[in-house]
Design a protein around this ligand. Sequence first.
Ligand code: NAD
Ligand code: GLY
Length: 368
Amino acid sequence: MTSTHSVFADLTVSLGERSYPIIIGRHLLDQADFAHHIPGKRVAIVTNTIVAPLYLQRLTDMLEAAGKHCLAIVLADGEEEKNVDNLMRIFDALLENKCDRKTTLVALGGGVIGDMTGFAAATYMRGVPFVQIPTTLLAQVDSSVGGKTAINHPLGKNMIGAFYQPQSVLADTATLSTLPQRELSAGLAEVIKHGAIIDTEFFSWLEAHMDQLMARDDAALAHVIQRSCEIKADVVRQDERESGLRAILNFGHTFGHAIEAGMGYGEWLHGEAVGCGMVMAADLSHRLGYLSAQDKSRITALVKAAGLPVVAPDLGADRWLELMEVDKKNEGGEIKFILLKPLGQAIITGVPNELLKVTLAACVGQES
Ligand code: NAD
Ligand code: GLY
């Protein structure tokens, strides 16, 4: 049943009594040793039609061997499925199967399953335990850590949700072997984000190793997952509920969320929209005199090397503004942006609309 496994990192998100481990390793999914990170006797595994045939049986076997009873809830795949109907499907299955408040919800999948399962866990019977088993690079480097849970609303991305921390995060890097290349690139967007906002040494490392990452070199992937989780855990430790600092993790997201909603959820992958959004935010940072032309070009080049789009879709200037006006960071109607001042440091700020329009015109439909 078991394959040879190895643990690369065992980190902690330090939040007092709600602290939890992030275990990063290869072939963790079928290791009974890790079952103790999933509390309770009863476990509801939420996953989707793509991930279930790949990894559900293995996880169920491992948990049942550890004496747990498993229920599987298999949802349709896709960002467009991160909605209230699927949230209800989770609640329906939990209630039909008489799951009580000691039932642990396990998210087995990418960020869509993780965010939606987390929100279900935060609200089912006013809160049940929850574990993240991320199976995409994006989820392993970002979404499974930090307790942001949500579903989308047709009028805005992630607009309905809660802060709700998992009990543990188990990232099995072996699951990345089945990930489509486009999804690997999407995950790299969030990795680049971590370098750009906080760690220039990591950013330079990414420039030097992007080829290995694109070729799925094990050691290179393990390094970026570990470094990303360290950076994110440290930010979350300081500002769990985004009263300030945590907003910097949204670098590229003001533009990115507008692309996702404007194109229709699922058309551009979240990571693709964030990649292009970072190029746009770098352009805006440069126009404000915060970022050098050279560092702006480095960001564009790295995003491109990760196989991500660097040219924004032409939504029309008015529609762009309308979409960006629906963003959780905004205050008093002012659109807020995370900008680099300089590379490796991020600020949150409003910008004059005229300048924003110049960036939109420069980034839409043409290579910068
Ligand atoms: P996703 O969950 O849609 O997964 C991408 C695709 O890969 C899906 O088709 C999925 O079924 C498939 N898949 C998953 N694991 C696989 C595997 N091992 N092998 C083959 N296919 C696999 O998308 P994502 O990029 O993981 O996550 C994006 C979502 O995460 C967005 O909704 C975004 O808003 C959210 N997000 C949340 C946070 C947070 O802090 N909570 C942070 C970043 C992103
Ligand atoms: N991905 C943004 C955050 O977790 O805060």
